[in-house]
Write a protein that binds this ligand. Structure first.
Ligand code: IMP
Ligand code: MG
Length: 184
């Protein structure tokens, strides 16, 4: 275990098993359709890679980079598109793939932007959900794990761009972020 991690929340094996279940659910729900999975970078890159391989459909993928936080780590409510989608989404069945749903600010804004481009449907899939922290009326259609309010890292999730490569999801030691800025 990494020295900055207080506790492992989900092991590699638990993540693998749950991602397969979510993939199977999406496969069943979208039977006969060709959904477009949109990964919101960077946090969802590992989840996206595993999730898409757990779905048996003729899906396509696209990527977006948004930032919801300014220089600090406190959610500003302002979301900026740093990299937009490569293709049109008009008439497509979208599945937005997120690493974690926290305040909901990022997704609340993003859903509006995407809806304006006239997709056939939009659903939201998040690996982690922290419902206690929600300030915007956003719920995910597919949730990997519902977790209490703790700052977690690994499996794509970062603190200050670090720890994304940990193969498990763990709770970050508060002493790590108390040295720097508060995490969001
Ligand atoms: P929201 O707009 O507050 O829902 O923020 C969502 C984004 O905040 C996520 O996509 C993450 O990048 C980041 N975030 C929120 N909670 C955590 C956490 O516990 N660990 C790592 N990143 C987090
Ligand atoms: Mg992040």
């Amino acid at each position: 275990m990494h020295q900055d991690v207080e506790q492992i929340l989900y092991t590699e094996e638990e993540l693998r098993r749950r991602v397969k279940e979510v993939g199977a659910q999406i496969t069943a729900d979208y039977y006969g359709r060709q959904p477009l999975l949109i990964s919101v970078l960077r946090g969802s890159y590992i989840f996206m890679a595993d999730l898409t391989r757990a779905i048996s459909l003729d899906l396509t993928v696209d990527f977006m980079v948004v930032s919801s936080y300014g220089a600090g780590t406190v959610s500003s409510g302002q979301v900026e598109i740093k990299k937009d989608l490569s293709d049109s989404i008009e008439g497509r069945d979208l599945i937005i793939v997120e690493d974690i749903l926290d305040s909901g600010n990022t997704l609340y804004y993003l859903m509006d932007v995407l809806k304006a481009r006239k997709p056939a449907s939009i659903r939201l899939c998040t690996l982690m959900d922290k419902p206690d922290r929600r300030t915007k009326p956003i719920t995910a259609d597919y949730v990997g794990f519902t977790i209490p309010d703790a700052f977690i890292v690994g499996y794509g999730l970062d603190y200050d761009e670090k720890y994304r490569n940990l193969p498990y999801v763990g709770v970050l030691k508060p002493s790590v972020y108390q040295r720097g800025a508060e995490p969001s």
